[in-house]
Design a protein around this ligand. Sequence first.
Ligand SMILES: [Zn+2]
Length: 117
Amino acid sequence: MRIEFAATRSRTAASRFISVYDGDGKYPKNQITCDKLRALPPEQQLPGIIAAIIGNQSWTHPDCDECGIYVDVAITLGEESGDGITVCLPCLKGSAAALAAAQSAMANLLQATGETT
Ligand SMILES: [Zn+2]
């Protein structure tokens, strides 16, 4: 399990974007974006500013695999298996509530049938 922060991802967002698009010649707009990112002072390399320059949050913010929304903070579960899933807090709370309800229903069923775990 690992906590993902937009602030952390943003520290490398400009350099990652530049490494992909600088000088590729395919999209002039991306070169303009690279030039803007390169000129950005370190103290202004913040998630909102970088996302505004790039035009989206995909380079700066973690996105929730459940609801698809970019968030400031998320958690990645199961990364040890290589197939981790990143989830925002509202989706994690919803999942926990669904799991608790299922566990309660299972306990009630076992009690009604006289079975124990
Ligand atoms: Zn979510």
